[in-house]
Every structure is written in C-alpha cells, then in structure tokens.
Ligand binder design. Structure first.
Ligand code: FES
Length: 136
C-alpha cells in the first residue's frame, strides 16, 4: 500500500510538471513577443537616414529599424517577428520584411503579407524635433 501511494504521488508529480510546462508554453505563445517596454528613447540625426534608407538601432534591448520612406517620412518598427520572435530582415529593394525562421513576410507598413505571423510588426513611436528623430 505504501509503495502504491508513492507511485501515485510520483505519477501525479510528473503529470503536474508536464501540465505546468504545457500551460507556460501556451501562455508564452499567446503573449505578444514584440512588446517594447522600459521607457528608453534614442535620438538619431535625420541626415543619418536619407530618403529610402534605413538604420538599425537597439531600443530597450529590442532590435528596431527606422526607415525613411519616400513621400511618407520616418517610421520605426520592432524587428521581432510576431510569430515566434525571430529577427526579421528588411529588404529595401522589395520594401518588405522577411522572417528567416518560417518565411513570414511583412509589408513596409509592418502588415503581414504571408506566413504564420498573427499580427503586424510592432510600430515604435517616434517624433521629429528639429534635426533629430526621437524614437521610443
Ligand atoms: Fe517569424 Fe515564425 S518566427 S515567421
């Protein structure tokens, strides 16, 4: 009887461990992977990013890209893919972001074009003050 109780406790412990592992994974999957927090800002000189060009920066430990879109101006996005968190690459010729992990593709506005990402890229707020771009 003692042995049986021990085995049941052991099986319960393994079951609880497996269940908590599953619940944690599901919870992490459902949470946004590209949240920007921390409240930091970065300043870039406007002339560092000519029209049609981009610059990669790190803001609050998150890789961010700032793009100067012709006739639109400056925009900034987190480069963290909204699928499973890989870092997207910007193709300036095609004006798309491509995720190397599962071929998720985003347009220049950060919207999903194809692949598994469930949401657009996270847009990072920015403002222009004189000759500077203030990001974050
Ligand atoms: Fe980007 Fe899967 S992590 S498409």
């Amino acid at each position: 009887m003692k042995r049986r109780g021990f085995l049941l406790s052991l099986i319960s412990l393994f079951g609880l461990s497996a269940l908590s592992s599953f619940v944690y994974s599901a919870f992490r999957y459902l949470l946004p992977t590209s949240e920007v927090s921390g409240g930091g800002i970065q300043r870039i000189k406007k002339d560092e990013i000519p029209s049609g060009r981009s610059k990669d920066i790190v803001l609050n430990n998150i890789p961010v890209i700032v793009i100067n879109i012709p006739q639109k101006g400056y925009v900034a996005y987190s480069k963290v893919c909204t699928h499973l968190g890989c870092i997207v690459q910007f193709d300036p010729e095609k004006r798309v972001f491509i995720c190397p992990c599962h071929a998720g593709t985003f347009d220049i506005n950060g919207n999903v074009i194809s692949g598994p990402p469930p949401r657009p890229l996270t847009k990072i707020p920015l403002r222009i003050e004189g000759e500077e771009i203030i990001i974050g």
